[in-house]
Design a protein around this ligand. Sequence first.
Ligand SMILES: NC(=O)c1ccc[n+]([C@@H]2O[C@H](COP(=O)([O-])OP(=O)(O)OC[C@H]3O[C@@H](n4cnc5c(N)ncnc54)[C@H](OP(=O)(O)O)[C@@H]3O)[C@@H](O)[C@H]2O)c1
Length: 342
Amino acid sequence: MKNATLHIEIHISIRALTMFFLKTWRASAFGVYGYLNFTRNGFLEHSKKFQPEDMQMRIEGKNCIVTGANSGIGFATAEGLASRGATVYLVCRNKERGEAALSKIQSSTGNQNVHLEICNLSSISEIKSFASRFSSKDVPVHVLVNNAGVLEQKRVTTSEGFELNFAVNVLGNFATTELMLPLLEKAAPDARVITISSGGMYTAPLTNDLQMSSDGNFDGLEQYARNKRVQVALTEKWADMYKNKGIGFYSMHPGWAETPGVAKSLPGFNKRFSGNLRTSEEGADTVIWLALQPKEKLVSGGFYFDRAEAPKHLKLAVTSQSHVIIDSITDTLRSMLVSSPE
Ligand SMILES: NC(=O)c1ccc[n+]([C@@H]2O[C@H](COP(=O)([O-])OP(=O)(O)OC[C@H]3O[C@@H](n4cnc5c(N)ncnc54)[C@H](OP(=O)(O)O)[C@@H]3O)[C@@H](O)[C@H]2O)c1
């Protein structure tokens, strides 16, 4: 061997080390907090404080839109609203799955005022055409439930060039809400937008890297958590931006519920927690509660879990400061929405 000197340069960046510990802390804190609260046992414990009369209202004459309503929490939400007399619009991407959900809900609730709208929420152009079709009905929208969501583990790019998780969970959610504002305003002061986020957002601060483009290795779970954080921050932003429009904005976490989405995206988790996951109806409980409560009881911009306002940040997780960049994120989303073709 030549007189070569082996130089091993170890660059330990303090920032990288801090990030590593923070990530580990957030994941551990989330795991413990989640196990204690998000499981079925958590729901049963929290439900001891629920007031049955909160859910006994009838909402005939109210128009509710539920996205991703053909399965899981979205289906249970749509069924719960229809059973209380609302006119419900199911927004689904697949006609057959949508029609099956429609007829199930109509027959289980006896409510014929349930309608199906087809729209793939990963596409801005489809959302624009759905919004313009729907707007021609000229009906007030009392409740918009942004439920449709996806956790795609691999990087997939939509035909419009967006990373798929981002396209559905963030951009689709943003576009649907913004384009429905005129109809929501028609239902003011009773209008509300309820966005289904996730406790997974506790592990992620807000970042401008909306499509996880700067990270070499794509991590679908991390991207999903980031998307869900954006939903919480965006809900705060909307509450502030539109505070004079008579629309309430709420984000919420359904807990860990056994749904087709979880079985498909997180099979290991689904198996590990089998028997201690919530039902879809339990996951939808707080969504329906938010749709029914008098607005004076609710905090616009708030994050809800099990019929109560919940913290948006876990202790020592250092995520709260990150919300300051929501203005620039909102600008980015708006320019994507405006520049996407009809
Ligand atoms: N289950 C949980 O433990 C849990 C926990 C935290 C948060 N969440 C959130 O709860 C919401 C509902 O999830 P879930 O667990 O009920 O899952 P799910 O059963 O997979 O339901 C998701 C719904 O969204 C629809 N969807 C997905 N991509 C769409 C697109 N591009 N266009 C239109 N619709 C689309 C799905 O339609 P298809 O049937 O056509 O795919 C389905 O109807 C999601 O936002 C999820 O992030 C769930």
